[in-house]
Design a protein around this ligand. Structure first.
Ligand code: PHE
Length: 328
């Protein structure tokens, strides 16, 4: 093989090396200390006649330098390539998945918006309550059997997880002078067995309107307007007499929705307790029942969300199951 042929083959091998390993193989092939093709030629120089030696020697040495430089250059090229990842700018981006509000939050927001439009203020209260606010101040005596309706989790002898948002009626009346109208959305707790319509914690929205002449007709208007805005004009409401120690008279509100697509088509469902605030309760917060009166109500948020979104089981709200949550 002539030096020219060797050069051609070596340069092409170096140029075509795809990675450091192939480049190293090319180096060994031509410049390897033992069997490199050019190394062998250099080694055999000493056996050549003087005249040829003088001709081939410098050529072979020049080629060695040339190959070394080529190897060096290629090595740098390869290193650069592997450290810069190639970016395909035409590739579509990775979509960022946005979260969304829980159906109960959506329902709470709807309710707040409607009542804000009816000039109600929105307030919140503590989830850990005293026995006084949760029961006594609401005219529920310590050993009264009606307490069975509100069995709860006790923190210690005086503190419990509130069973309803009604304690906020008391807290608000103690610190504000009528007239006022408020709603109190919040989480409440019950110690009971769970099933499709019962949970150990759920959400209520309390309502309270106190003034000099507030009466049940006002309540009927407010609550009809609320349901009309929430579920549409085909919503009917009815009042049924009921008993809660902190109202007199007490009643329960049922709704029915004339819409074949609704679970409440031709079907009454109880959605809230209500009534005129009991004179004893007003007395307890130092409001004169002869001067002030008003109505209170408490509705279950889950129940309304179940109607609106056609959800069959209350436990789904708290299941943390993304297949459920992602539908809203
Ligand atoms: N707090 C009652 C309950 O949880 C509901 C209610 C509120 C009834 C206000 C009357 C007035 O069952």
């Amino acid at each position: 093989m002539t030096l020219a042929e060797l050069k051609e083959s070596a340069i092409s091998d170096i140029k075509n090396a795809k990675d450091a390993k192939e480049l190293e193989a090319a180096k060994v092939k031509y410049l390897g200390r033992k069997e490199g093709q050019l190394t062998n030629i250099l080694k055999s120089l000493k056996n050549l006649p003087e005249e040829e030696k003088r001709k081939v020697g410098p050529e072979a040495n020049a080629l060695r330098q040339e190959l070394e430089a080529a190897l060096d250059k290629k090595l740098k090229e390869l290193a650069k390539k592997s450290s810069v990842p190639s970016i395909d700018v035409t590739r579509p981006g990775v979509k960022v998945r946005a979260g969304h509000l829980h159906p109960l939050t959506l329902m709470e927001n709807d309710i707040k918006t409607i009542f804000a439009g009816l000039n109600f203020s929105i307030v919140e209260g503590p989830e850990v309550e005293t026995e006084h606010y949760n029961f006594e101040a609401l005219n529920i005596p310590a050993n009264h059997p009606v307490k069975d309706m509100w069995d709860t989790f006790w923190i210690d002898a005086q503190h419990l997880l509130r069973t309803h948002t009604s304690p906020m009626q008391i807290r608000y009346m103690e610190t504000h002078k009528p007239p006022f109208q408020i709603i109190v959305p919040g989480r409440v707790f019950r110690f009971e067995a769970t099933d499709a319509s019962h949970e150990i914690n759920f959400y209520q929205v309390e309502g309270l309107m106190i003034g000099e002449k507030v009466n049940l007709a006002n309540f009927k208007y407010i609550i009809s307007e609320f349901f009309r805005q929430l579920f549409g004009v085909n919503t009917e409401i009815r009042f049924r007499p009921s008993y809660f120690p902190f109202v007199e008279p007490g009643l329960e509100v049922d709704i029915k929705i004339q819409d074949p697509g609704s679970p409440l088509h031709n079907h009454w469902l109880e959605v809230m307790g209500a009534g005129m605030v009991h004179p004893k309760v007003l007395d307890g917060v130092k409001l004169n029942p002869k001067e002030f009166q008003g109505f209170a109500f408490g509705l279950g948020l889950e129940r309304l969300a179940m109607i609106k979104y056609k959800i069959p089981d209350i436990r789904l709200f708290y299941s943390g199951d993304l297949r459920f949550i992602n539908q809203f």
